[in-house]
Design a protein around this ligand. Structure first.
Ligand SMILES: Nc1ncnc2c1ncn2[C@@H]1O[C@H](COP(=O)(O)OP(=O)(O)O)[C@@H](O)[C@H]1O
Ligand SMILES: [Mg+2]
Ligand SMILES: [Zn+2]
Length: 273
């Protein structure tokens, strides 16, 4: 069987032909320069897909734009936040590799406004997302969606096992947008986050005490009983926190959390400002 000639699309050289005996066909051998081009493209595609997947996963974490840029690599560390950064890195590490039967899997960061609590919480999620590998299937899907001219908001989501929510949004979700008798409502995305739930700015508002207590009881009790890690940030002291959350919630939190204070005198704003 005779086959026509083929030329390399890059250098124009005629391609070598081989006869594949068992299949009874003639095939052209890819020229070195075409091969390099193909490998380059595959590498660029993979980089694009991984970067996009991380962006999509950050989105699914509900990090703010500011939060998306937080990272332990970039963090400025001083004597005030040093212990908290170490605590955050410990948690990150355990989220990536697993807990070793430790009783404490959660963190409560206390400190005045501007001391860097939210930054550390976001760093844990961000760095987790950046280091948690993306499956090959997901990579292929992203490239397929790109090649079909989807815009980025139309890409199918990449689920994040770590979630971030402020107390204010959590309260709204719990009491306003959500019928909390239902089990599969939007609240569950946060309440049942597989790896980590960050609740930011606990105690920042003056909601009715009973409602705050029952909301936290519902969420903290669930995560505590399932052994699921949490991270809370707050301006409150331990005593104030116990009053704010209610004894039952605080006892559970106390049993599973390291409390770290990063109050810094250099911050712009003080507690109760
Ligand atoms: N370790 C850090 N390295 C670099 N920037 C930081 C660090 N901690 C906080 N910041 C920045 O300082 C500001 C206040 O930090 P934030 O985490 O919001 O404080 P808090 O949550 O305690 O009120 C933010 O703009 C944040 O990006
Ligand atoms: Mg904050
Ligand atoms: Zn060539």
């Amino acid at each position: 069987m005779t086959v026509g000639k083929q030329y390399c699309s890059v250098c124009g050289k005629e391609k070598e032909q081989v006869h594949i005996k068992y299949a009874e066909i003639d095939a052209f051998i890819e020229c070195e320069c075409e091969r390099n081009l193909r490998l380059q493209k595959e590498k660029a595609d993979k980089e694009y897909a991984v970067k996009t997947a991380i962006e999509l996963r950050n989105k699914s974490s509900h990090l703010s734009v500011l939060g998306c840029n937080a990272s332990f690599e970039k963090a400025i560390i001083d004597k005030y936040n040093e212990v908290a950064v170490r605590g955050g890195k410990f948690l990150l590490n355990r989220l990536l590799t697993g807990f070793n039967e430790e009783k404490k899997n959660s963190l409560v960061l206390q400190g005045n406004r501007g001391s860097g609590k939210t930054y550390i919480a976001c760093s844990v999620i961000n760095d987790f997302n950046a280091q948690n590998p993306i499956s090959d299937m997901r990579i292929k899907q992203i490239l397929k969606e790109r090649d079909n001219f989807y815009s980025k908001d139309e890409f199918s989501p990449v689920k994040s096992p770590c979630k971030f929510i402020t107390e204010m949004d959590l309260y709204a979700l719990y009491y306003e947008n959500y019928n909390y008798c239902k089990t599969n409502g939007p609240l569950d995305e946060f309440k049942k986050a597989e790896k980590l739930l960050v609740i930011d700015d606990v105690g920042s508002s003056n909601y009715e005490k009973q409602r705050v207590h029952s909301m936290y009881l519902n969420i903290v009790d669930y995560r505590y009983s399932q052994g699921l890690p949490m991270m809370l940030t707050t301006n409150l002291t331990k005593k104030e926190l116990s009053d704010y959350l209610g004894d039952r919630v605080f006892d559970r939190l106390n049993a599973c959390s390291y409390f770290i204070d990063l109050t810094s005198p250099e911050s712009r704003r003080k507690t109760d400002a």
